[in-house]
Design a protein. Structure first.
Length: 131
């Protein structure tokens, strides 16, 4: 009888340790859909409706999605309740967005890459012409 109790305790302990490791390993990774915005010509502003998604968050904190370059908050919410936002992206260069807790910790980040169909092939003229 005592052998089966010891086996049961070992099984329960190993399951608890495994579930604790899994909880630590799962991080709320921030993902952008789509993660690329394509403009026609180099230097043009690219406009795209972006959906940012992430996994479960700790409800003890408040969160914001922040544009890294400007520090501007795209969206904030209380208690980790949300896991998706949609917004209009418009930029002529790639941008990094960060998922931040209210204590300043960066939980995750994602880059939205801006690309062009046609690269700029204009040669800079000096303004001098011979004819």
């Amino acid at each position: 009888m005592s052998f089966s109790v010891v086996r049961l305790l070992l099984l329960v302990t190993s399951l608890l340790l495994f579930s604790a490791r899994m909880a630590i390993a799962i991080e709320p990774k921030l993902q952008a859909v789509p993660d690329r915005c394509v403009a026609l010509h180099e230097g043009q502003v690219c406009y795209q409706r972006i959906r940012l998604v992430w996994g479960a968050l700790d409800k003890a904190y408040d969160y914001c999605v922040v544009e890294q370059d400007t520090g501007t908050a795209v969206h904030c919410w209380l208690g980790g309740g949300s896991n998706e936002i949609k917004f209009e992206f418009g930029s002529n260069h790639s941008q990094i967005y960060q998922l931040k807790r209210n204590d300043g910790l960066i939980v995750s980040e994602v880059e939205i890459v801006v690309a062009w169909v046609y690269k700029s092939s204009r040669k800079r003229s000096s303004g001098w012409r011979l004819f």
